[in-house]
Design a protein around this ligand. Sequence first.
Ligand code: UD1
Ligand code: CA
Length: 456
Amino acid sequence: MSLEVIVLAAGKGKRMQSDLPKVLHTLAGRPLISHVLDTAKALQPHAIHVVCGGDGESVRAATSGDELRWVVQAQQRGTGHAVQQALPGVSQDALVLVMYADVPLVRCDTLRAVVNSAGEKGLSLLTVIADDPTGYGRILRDSEGRIEGIVEERDASEDQRAITEVNTGILAAPAPALARWLAQVTDDNDQNEFYLTDVAALADQDNFAIHSVVASTQEEVLGVNSRQELALLERLYQRRLAEVLMNHGVTVIDPDRLDIRGKVTAGRDCVLDINVVLEGAVDLGDRVTIGPNNVIRNASIDDDVVVFANCVIEHASIGAGARIGPFARIRPGAAIEEQVHVGNFVEIKNSELRAGAKVNHLSYVGDSTVGRNTNIGAGVITCNYDGAHKHRTEIGDDVFVGSNSQLVAPVTIEQGATVGAGSTITSDVPERTLAVTRARQRHVSGWRRPRKDTKR
Ligand code: UD1
Ligand code: CA
């Protein structure tokens, strides 16, 4: 039997109080549904069908690139009705796994267990023992522990409500059986909906074996219905990501104050201080230290780099042993080589800083090359923009640019040259010369400062 997955994503998500479809709210920076689709894909199913509502266009757009079969459930008439919409597109010899797009943390291994226990003449349910079963469908078992059905809370008796084993909603069964049972489901219940859960009792009547896989933690099967639950799941998920890093030898000062919204790799003995946000693809070498309050997006940071507090680094590479910050902004296209120092209130954009270069204070370096061991003094600005075009500044090796100088691009400062402090450089500086453009200092003797008139 081949496997096909049906992902239910049509629910309105009223409790989110949002104009955005619920499944597009993000967990770790990605839509809820993308997490579910990733897990589904890991099972390598023959097909993935997504049931969405009338507002499905935006969901479709957000998951473009994935090979999915879309089914529209124009009216939300219940989970059973939703599955029924997808079944005509499912192959007759398929085993169907039903997943919920708003249950993002479910693990692949757990789903595999559900799929494996279903088989040709079985229905398999993923259940969990809940601390507080309120709101969930309860699993009904006979005296020998065999599952007889599922009852929704609002349709349950007092005794049934005391049951703590609940339905997660995730189930697997052969497609033809599922179709047969769903054709018999009615909306004769408190919500007048066609419940998927009713297939359990029908399977029992059909002499199908009903298997259950009991999820090991409730966290794994939590759904998102409100912003509170979204925040809770975000923390749980972040915990998981922090665990993985710690297992690989990264010190995480406080796992509750680390946020990963992408894919992070790290070597040994890295340290991540508090309030670090890592987004996109972030690769850290060995012994990298990231201080507090850093945002790092799509960057590779080599061995022994120290990023001090309060920096923003994006689309950049940082070579071994470099020191960045505090309060530095490293923008896209920055290629910073080994042992470079970039200090406080320095902005680097689309520039190469060769090994050993130093830009320590209050500078803007854009569209530039800064040579090896060159020193850029405090307050230096590369004037890269003339209002219409960007121009490059080329600075050779061992150059010294004095503080508060402006380098008006396009301009080249050849190796070994010195620029005197306070200069505005508009033409190329030959190698090993001094360029200085500031006015000479003069002294006016006997100079008297203006004074305020004193009233009589
Ligand atoms: C459902 C189960 C309940 C289980 C709980 C677990 C039923 C009848 N009940 O209840 O036993 O304990 O999940 O969280 O199945 N959806 C559609 N179309 C619809 C209705 C729902 O696509 O017409 C989708 C929703 O987007 C969501 C999922 O199905 O992803 C579950 O729907 P929801 O309304 O949240 O079901 P519950 O009442 O929570
Ligand atoms: Ca729900």
